[in-house]
Write a protein that binds this ligand. Structure first.
Ligand SMILES: Nc1ncnc2c1ncn2[C@@H]1O[C@H](COP(=O)(O)OP(=O)(O)OP(=O)(O)O)[C@@H](O)[C@H]1O
Ligand SMILES: [Mg+2]
Length: 334
């Protein structure tokens, strides 16, 4: 199931029924279909069905969040999409290229950032990135400028000529991100990219992801830090036990969720809610939580409170939509 949050056109669906999917370009002149399309992907490790039939699309020009508990198959899925693991069944198109039949074409357009970026500790950051740039076919005359620009983009310029072994964990993560970006890929696959980053770096990462989506890139990003994904995602794919999970998307917002209210006059707020017949919970004198159906319900409540002269100063969802949807999945870690 995919969830949509407003930005950009969305063509994708997720279901157990494979949708019709475009193959590689029909003719050499025809541009490939952007984005990611996965159909019934499966991959087992012995008896463990790590990815057990995942079908979804991640459109170009958007950030798609990949969300699921530990062991639900996110990393395995990303490895399959990066062309680094072979699927047992199913297929995936990345930037319009079938990973099975056109693996190299697809991989040339993919930027992959693993959850832990292992690198050559004795080489400098510049040497590492130039090595990858050359592997992607960027010529030596231009790779220097490109690598310098990427290092600046991830705020590692001062480490350009220093060996990778001196980098902290968060700095290594940023070098991993630079590696993923060095060949200007169309599709970014990022596994827990915020892990190990300090608050400023996380904000910069968020801005970077939004900028990449605005440039038309396809960004698929897994993370456990749902509050950070809330700020950046356009669509969400929820996975559990190797399968895509069927949930309602936040755009529909069919279920009630908790909203926190606070007023300069807490007693007046409670009296107002009682008179309006709105159940609330909360400690005496503090804020209260009410269950509302969505933004429109919140707007009506604010309007009624203002009309009743209740000095309301805070109305906010108790948790983010992703967090709420995630917790409502009722799925377990494995
Ligand atoms: N190389 C492997 N050999 C055997 N089992 C594996 C291998 N890789 C993954 N698994 C198993 O596949 C399942 C999915 O693992 P995966 O790493 O894809 O989960 P994940 O969603 O990325 O978890 P996390 O949130 O902890 O990163 C797990 O049960 C894991 O133990
Ligand atoms: Mg993982």
């Amino acid at each position: 199931m995919t969830c949509r949050r407003g930005r950009g056109p969305y063509r994708g669906t997720m279901s157990d029924t494979p949708p019709a999917v475009a193959g590689p370009p029909a003719s050499p002149g025809e541009p490939p279909v952007p984005g990611i399309e996965a159909i019934g992907l499966k991959r087992a490790f012995g008896a463990v069905k790590a990815v057990d039939g995942m079908t979804f699309t991640a459109p170009a020009g958007a950030v798609t969040a990949l969300i699921g508990p530990n062991g639900s198959g996110k990393t395995t899925l990303l490895l399959l999409l990066a062309g680094l693991l072979r699927a047992d069944a199913g297929r995936a198109n990345v930037a319009g290229y079938d990973l099975t039949t056109n693996n190299l074409d697809a991989r040339a357009r993919i930027g992959w950032m693993p959850d832990v970026f292992g690198t050559w500790d004795a080489l400098t950051c510049t040497e590492i990135l130039r090595t990858f740039a050359h592997a992607y076919g960027i010529d030596r005359r231009t790779s220097g400028d490109r690598v310098a620009a990427i290092l600046a983009r991830v705020h590692l310029s001062e480490f350009a000529e220093r060996p990778a072994r001196v980098l902290s964990r968060g700095q290594k993560q940023r070098l991993g991100l630079a590696r993923a970006l060095v060949h200007d890929p169309e599709v970014l696959l990022l596994d827990e990219p915020a892990s190990g980053l300090d608050p400023r770096s996380r904000i910069e990462l968020r801005d970077l992801l939004r900028g990449l989506a605005a440039d038309g890139k396809t960004v698929l990003v897994s993370s456990h830090v749902l509050s950070e994904l809330e700020e950046v995602y356009d669509h969400a794919v929820f996975v559990s036990r190797g399968r895509t999970v069927d949930t309602a998307g936040p755009a529909a917002e069919p279920v009630k969720r908790g909203w926190r209210l606070d007023a300069l006059d807490p007693v007046g707020l409670r009296t107002f809610l009682d008179n309006a017949g709105i159940p609330w919970s909360g400690q005496a004198g503090g804020d209260v939580v009410v269950q509302l159906g969505g933004y429109e319900s919140a707007r009506e409540l604010i309007r009624a409170a203002v009309a009743a002269d209740v000095p309301l100063h805070t109305v906010s969802p108790v948790s983010g939509r992703l967090e709420e949807t995630y917790l409502s999945l009722d799925e377990e870690r494995i």
